[in-house]
Write a protein that binds this ligand. Structure first.
Ligand code: ADP
Ligand code: GLC
Length: 483
């Protein structure tokens, strides 16, 4: 696998969780899985201590030759991570952006990662059956495989590209073609060119043997003009090779029965520990210890338009003025949205709590403490936080899009199998109604609440089925390359 993120080493969102949990599950099935990542300086020191340097300088053949170093880490499941050390690109405080927006040299940084992935087998004297590459940052790997690396050691190696988020495509000035050492005949609208720029992801979509995205509904949505982000036509062309596979979650990290970050543990048969998590959290944020206090709604998210939390921000004061509820929100991202949420929280300190930042432990505690998890996404390729919520007996309130639609069973269809609340239009009224509906269920139908909590906790969100579907994709890709 080639990726720009993998938890716990480096993570900006769900991509990091998805890459490492899928790799772990394949490795646990006995496959020889190796993951190439940049050696970012932000990788925590306690993790770096167990990396081992590989001997020899590693040469990377962009148009010019570059020399780098490789480090290796082998997990308890025998999963091998290779970390590419090249400080000029990866010694930075953040993964993709600084105070003035995305790093200007992101195309060079990730072309470098992709070319390193192509040169790695020769260095290791080990050839994979298939490259599984994630998002635009790794999308040049299939481009190299089908062009300059078409002959030789990698001739029969297949490629699978997974799109975690089509919104980010990796646009670059066309001079990147020279930098990357790619041939100029790729400068065509049916290869790398898009709107006068190079588009990494488009290139990957044209050249990968198999394409996947992270939920069946999103696989359909990206073929439409509305959610195709300018590439709907490309998906019509490659549509036969595109499948949607719902992400799983890492049950060893997200399990309320064993989660060490919680003040109390619990499972579907005994939810007492969940009450304690709520009481403990509310004491810290709102300063009281009511056991049967108002329902607690939480959101843990990147704060970007994708997530629709601006719509929540717009109606929050209306909600807390008309319903007896509490909100706790953890997130960071766009300054304007952070400010909007911070200012409402200041107006209603006993009802709304907002923490501006990124905090993994808090994310676990809030997911356990909450009654409801709010996700009004404009689009959502898969979404992991609604899966974590259901695992923790917290009912998601989601907009019916992408993976949210595929993973949450609405209580509008009866409570028997329901795991949450689903609404359709991203309007103030529709979100207000969904919150009101959840609030009424909390106060008037505690039996339904319990049934839905238990339904979610008992669902299987592991990688068991999805990793099998990825294995099928790897076989398709390998067969394609064998012929
Ligand atoms: P996305 O990848 O689009 O951000 P996902 O739901 O797939 O959405 O994954 C988000 C991941 O990032 C989850 O693991 C979530 O807990 C984590 N996360 C998002 N924002 C924060 C935050 N502010 N603090 C801690 N974890 C966060
Ligand atoms: C992206 C998507 C998110 C998905 C995650 C992991 O960040 O925005 O919906 O869950 O990737 O696949």
């Amino acid at each position: 696998m080639v990726a720009s993120e993998a938890a716990p080493f480096a993570k900006a969102g769900g991509l990091g969780d998805a890459v490492s949990s899928l790799a772990n599950s394949l490795s646990a099935l006995g496959h020889d899985v190796r993951v190439l990542l940049p050696l970012y300086s932000i990788i925590p020191q306690d993790l770096r201590q167990s990396f081992q340097p590989l001997s020899g300088a590693f040469s990377i053949h962009l148009r010019r030759e570059h020399w780098a170093r490789l480090w290796e880490f082998i997990s308890s499941d025998n999963l091998r991570y290779y970390f590419l050390e090249y400080d000029h690109f990866f010694f930075r405080d953040r993964l993709y952006d600084g105070p003035y927006g995305a790093f200007e040299d992101n195309p060079q940084r990730f072309a470098f990662l992709c070319r390193a992935a192509i040169d790695l087998p020769e260095f290791l004297q080990w050839t994979p059956d298939v490259y599984h590459v994630h998002d635009w940052m790794a999308a040049l790997v299939p481009v190299y495989l089908e062009t300059v690396a078409r002959r030789g050691q990698l001739e029969h190696v297949g490629s699978v590209l997974t799109i975690h988020n089509l919104q980010h495509q990796g646009y670059a000035h066309r001079s990147i073609i020279d930098y990357a050492g790619l041939p100029w005949d790729l400068w065509r609208p049916d290869k790398l060119e898009a709107c006068g720029c190079v588009n990494f992801l488009k290139g990957g979509i044209y050249f990968a043997n198999k394409l996947t995205t992270v939920s069946p509904t999103y696989a359909e949505e990206i073929r439409t003009a509305a959610l195709g982000c300018g590439l709907a036509d490309v998906f019509s062309f490659r549509g036969g090779d595109l499948v949607g596979i719902l992400n799983g979650i890492d049950d060893s990290l997200w399990n309320p029965a064993t989660d060490q970050t919680l003040p109390a543990n619990y499972d579907a048969n005994d939810l007492n520990g969940k009450n304690r998590c709520k009481v403990d959290f509310c004491r810290q944020c709102f300063g009281d210890e009511k056991v049967n206090g108002p329902p607690l709604f939480v959101a843990v998210s990147r704060l970007y338009p994708q997530k629709g939390l601006d719509v929540l921000g717009d109606i929050l004061s209306w909600v807390v003025e008309t319903m007896d509820v509490r909100f706790a929100i953890l997130g960071c991202g766009e300054w304007q949205l952070e400010e909007q949420l911070a200012s409402i929280a200041r107006r209603f300190p006993d009802r709304i709590w907002f923490y501006r930042g990124y905090d993994e432990i808090l994310a676990h505690r809030m997911t356990a403490a909450a009654d409801f998890f709010v996700m009004p996404s404009r689009f959502e390729p898969c979404g992991l936080t609604q899966l974590y919520s259901m695992r923790y007996g917290t009912l998601p309130i989601v907009r019916a899009t992408g993976g949210l639609k595929d993973s949450v069973v609405s209580n509008a269809q009866g409570v028997e199998h329901a795991t949450g609340f689903v609404f359709y239009d991203l309007t103030h009224q529709a979100l207000y109604d969904a919150i009101g509906w959840a609030c009424a269920t909390y106060y008037d139908r505690p039996g339904d609440m319990l049934t839905m909590r238990q339904n979610g906790m008992r669902r299987d969100f592991s990688w068991k089925q999805s990793s099998q579907r990825y294995l099928d994709c790897y076989h398709w890709a390998m067969e394609k390359k064998a012929n």
